[in-house]
Ligand binder design. Structure first.
Ligand code: PEP
Ligand code: MG
Length: 581
């Protein structure tokens, strides 16, 4: 009998495949005391498990297809190197001999000791090593316990994950990147919101996805056939023949819809009253740029560089970043590239691990705050961006500014880097445009002050809505409060657009709202002329632009914005879009 569970569809499309339940958390280990004569056998069993782990990693390394991002390989190499480290191998052997305990227990004791040391560290990068150590120890433990490997970093899944539909409590953005690399066809999580970076990644990778399916692991078993409907947010287990037929047909229709929209790729975005609109894309990974070229965007309006820092043990240095930025510039062939400086923190943890020692990570040390505190992260990136600017139209964008003091600090660090590069005879564009993201309500309210010192603004509605409405973007329990049409949100957007206009600088929008065709006419009527979105939304938004008349929209939208009565705006938006249906 089939069973349907509902959640929140966050990435459209239909996936049909076998469920792969991803279990995580620490592996339970019990202590046993061994008789003297079995101790050396136990040491041998432990060393054999380490050896097997090494072979697994080597096999995984060999299976990486050419052209895969270097960080995936380096992630595996780091784990491989850890298996040669005395801390993980020699000490457990000593513990087995000293305490006469089983190998699993010795490894657990060592894990606890190492984690404690890491947890005391201040440096966020060193702290992420804790997750790396965990991955490696879990790999050995699974071999010792002879359980099926079951985390996205584990190679034993690599074959089985192809075309699988992943079911998990939650997925970090870093894990999502790894799963995509392993060829999954969709995922559903018990928790998470539509604006989480995991959901954003799913849209940009075109993986159908649902979040907030609370009872998921209770009802669906590993290996069962499931249908995942990313449009309606439904997960169906054990579908009958008629249901399968219906969804296969819908899969086909979705493919045709994408192909029809794809035909708009070469059409410019211009309104019926001849106003050209700039459409740009958001990218997360350098290789996304290939798809961007096909989608014929006007360039990249948001390059989320933090993804370069994930799934690896050390941050990329200046040289590596410079080379990556150069490759993106080359691929763009003269179109602008907006490089956002590191926006790490909140749901984007370095290494993709858990969030340590912070109760409210979205309000904590993230983005520009983290960079200004840890100049060893910020300086190499500023230098790499500046150097890359000598080779193409690059713009630098600062995330999550909340006061102009942060802006001045960042600008003076940019100047410092410019001077140093000049002394070292490195080329850079002296007039590299520097922009700021308006994604904190305080910044929107003081947009005029920011605009005076910047070359452009870009509205990050994902965070702006999160902070204005006090809803955690990764918490599905409060997703129902997510409302881009809340009068307070619209006021902040309007203030930002007007501040940019008064200062004579461009204002873009790069949050998810920019890629939602339901809001395109509203935003055009509010004066927005530059939209940046995940590439899958480009043609849909363009389709609306090409059927709109700004001269007619402006008075309608101004009148609509005067009406601040809650609940009235959505109906008015529907009437703006009426002829599109
Ligand atoms: C935003 O907040 O709208 C944004 C574009 O940045 P991110 O989603 O990466 O936080
Ligand atoms: Mg943001």
């Amino acid at each position: 009998m089939s069973l349907a569970l509902s959640g929140i569809g966050v990435s459209r499309g239909i996936a049909i495949g076998k469920a792969h339940v991803l279990l995580r958390g620490s592996i339970e280990v019990l202590e046993s005391v061994l008789p003297e004569h079995l101790i050396e056998n136990e040491v041998e069993r432990f060393l054999q498990a380490v050896n097997n782990a090494r072979q697994q990693l080597e096999a995984l390394r060999e299976r990486i297809p050419p052209g895969t991002r270097a960080d995936i390989a380096s992630f595996i190499d780091t784990h491989r190197l850890m298996l040669d480290d005395a801390t993980l191998v020699k000490t457990p052997v000593e513990l087995i001999r000293e305490r006469g305990c089983n190998a699993e227990w010795a490894l657990k004791l060592q894990r606890d000791a190492v984690v404690e040391v890491f947890d005391r560290m201040d440096d966020p990068y060193l702290r992420t090593r804790r997750d790396e150590v965990d991955h490696v120890i879990n790999r050995i433990l699974r071999i010792l316990l002879d359980t099926v490997g079951n985390d996205p970093h584990n190679d034993s899944d690599a074959d089985t994950l192809d075309q699988a539909i992943i079911l998990a409590d939650n997925l970090t953005p870093a894990e999502t990147v790894l799963l995509d690399h392993q060829g999954i066809s969709g995922f559903a999580t018990a928790y998470g919101g539509p604006l989480s970076h995991t959901a954003i990644l799913a849209r940009s990778m075109q993986i159908p996805a649902i979040v907030g399916v609370h009872s998921l692991q209770q009802y669906i078993h590993d290996g069962e056939t499931v249908i995942l409907d990313g449009v309606q947010g439904v997960l169906i287990a054990g579908p009958d023949a008629a249901t399968l037929k219906h969804y296969r047909k819908r899969q086909q229709q979705e493919k045709q819809r994408r192909m029809a929209l794809g035909r708009l790729a070469d059409t410019p975005a211009v309104t019926l009253d001849a106003v050209p609109i700039t459409l740009m894309t958001n990218i997360e990974l350098p290789e996304d740029i290939q798809i961007v070229s096909h989608a014929s965007a006007g360039g990249v309006g948001l390059y989320r560089t933090e993804f370069l820092f994930m799934n690896r043990a050390d941050p990329p240095g200046e040289e590596e970043q410079y080379e990556v930025y150069m490759s993106v510039i080359d691929a763009l062939g003269g179109r602008p590239l907006t490089i956002r400086t590191l926006d790490m923190g909140a749901d984007k943890q370095i290494g993709g691990g858990s969030i340590h020692g912070c109760n409210n990570p979205a309000l904590g040390l993230r983005a520009i705050r983290l960079c200004l505190k840890d100049l060893s992260l910020f300086r190499p990136q500023l230098r790499a961006i500046l150097r890359a600017s000598a080779h193409g139209p690059v713009r630098m964008m600062l995330p999550m500014l909340s006061n102009t003091h942060e802006l001045h600090q960042a600008l003076s660090l940019v100047n410092e880097s410019r001077n140093a590069l000049q002394r070292e005879s490195h080329a850079f564009a002296p007039d590299l445009p520097i922009g700021g993201m308006i994604e904190v309500p305080a910044a929107a309210l003081s947009a005029a002050d920011f605009a005076r010192h910047l070359d452009f603004l870009s509205i990050g509605t994902n965070d702006l809505i999160q902070y204005t409405l006090a809803i955690d973007r990764v918490d599905d329990e409060v997703t129902y409060l997510y409302d881009p049409l809340h009068p307070a949100v619209l006021k902040l957007i309007r203030m930002t657009i007007e501040a940019g206009r008064a200062a004579g600088i461009p204002v873009a929008m790069c949050g998810e709202m920019a890629g939602d065709p339901r809001y395109t006419r509203l935003l055009l009527g509010m004066g927005l002329r530059e939209f940046s979105m995940h590439h899958t939304a480009l043609q849909e938004v363009k389709n609306v632009i090409n059927k709109s008349t700004i001269g007619a929209l402006e008075p309608l939208v101004s009148e609509l914005l005067e009406n601040t009565e809650p609940g009235r705006i959505p109906g008015r938006i529907d009437s703006l879009n009426q002829d599109l249906h």
